[in-house]
Design a protein. Structure first.
Length: 128
């Protein structure tokens, strides 16, 4: 395109590329997007951890409530079949399937799958 200014002809060509203002706007937008993604990921991770902490506390309360109500730890209870007779209290994972009792030694998980049976006792007592 030709333009005549002050009697002289100058040839103007269309410029190609981006201006510094356009590049800075793009960089700011990209930075905001990346910042938003990072903050979102940290919020999701924080929510997941809080959920795990709530679950642990819920199970801790359930175990303590069980101990107060039945005077024994879940899974270790040596008279569980008197509270929940078969077929309610059947331990499917032990050598003797009709047995649902623990050994009553005050330790959860050291005798014939007491750890697995503790979840069953908590469920039967409707604490979880």
């Amino acid at each position: 395109m030709e333009m005549e200014i002050d009697g002289s002809k100058r040839l103007y060509q269309a410029r190609e590329g981006f201006t510094l203002l356009e590049l800075s706007i793009v960089l700011v937008v990209v930075g905001l997007v990346i910042g938003g993604i990072t903050v979102g990921q940290s919020l999701i991770r924080s929510a997941e951890l809080n959920s795990v902490i709530r679950d642990v506390n819920k199970y801790r309360v359930a175990i303590n409530s069980f101990k107060l109500k039945y005077n024994s730890l879940p899974g270790d209870m040596d008279n569980a079949d008197s509270y929940w007779p078969p077929p309610l209290c059947v331990a499917h994972y032990v050598v003797m399937p009709e047995q649902c009792n623990g050994n009553g030694n005050g330790i959860m998980g050291d005798y014939l799958n007491e750890g697995i049976r503790s979840w069953q006792h908590l469920s039967l007592s409707e604490l979880i």
